[in-house]
Ligand binder design. Sequence first.
Ligand code: ADP
Length: 180
Amino acid sequence: MPIFKWAFAGSLLDYGGMRTVVYPGSFDPLTNGHLDVVQRAAKLFDRVILAVAQNDSKNPLFTLRERRQLAAQCVKRLANVEVDTFDGLLVEYVERRSAQAIIRGLRAVSDFEFEFQLALMNRKLNERVETIFMMPKDTYTFLSSRIVKEIARLGGDVSPFVPPQVQTALTARLRGRRKG
Ligand code: ADP
């Protein structure tokens, strides 16, 4: 009987293991909406990897290194969240990091079509990787990095929408641009 019990416990452990999820995005820059999603994911998974995508085609305001550093500063109090960068196929990165799933945020119906297509394509590429969608707090559903950059560019106050480090970085970058 004890042998049976151990074997059963062992198989549960193998199956359970460490649950890791990758939260990919451009994070140009990280907003309070992203933070909200990370915090929720951190409660569900043993480890969350916030993976900043190179995404040069999106012509980012911040370099990959800057986006990574800003994100790392903003999540440093979350013990099971790690920040990394990646380039290339997301599903390959997920396997490389021994993660089981991808988290994406869903704000409104307008996000759905693209995210649905992306999730199904990622499943075609690797059916072991699941995509999980999370909804942020309702006050963040209208937030996007693009809108935050636009407001900052026009001199508006972005403090309700981004962590203080991001606000400072945005002001410095845009001041630099106006001078340059
Ligand atoms: P991408 O270029 O991959 O869309 P983003 O940095 O814009 O990268 O977004 C990364 C992920 O975070 C996406 O799943 C996006 O839907 C989600 N996201 C962005 N803004 C918010 C927000 N305000 N609330 C919840 N999820 C969000």
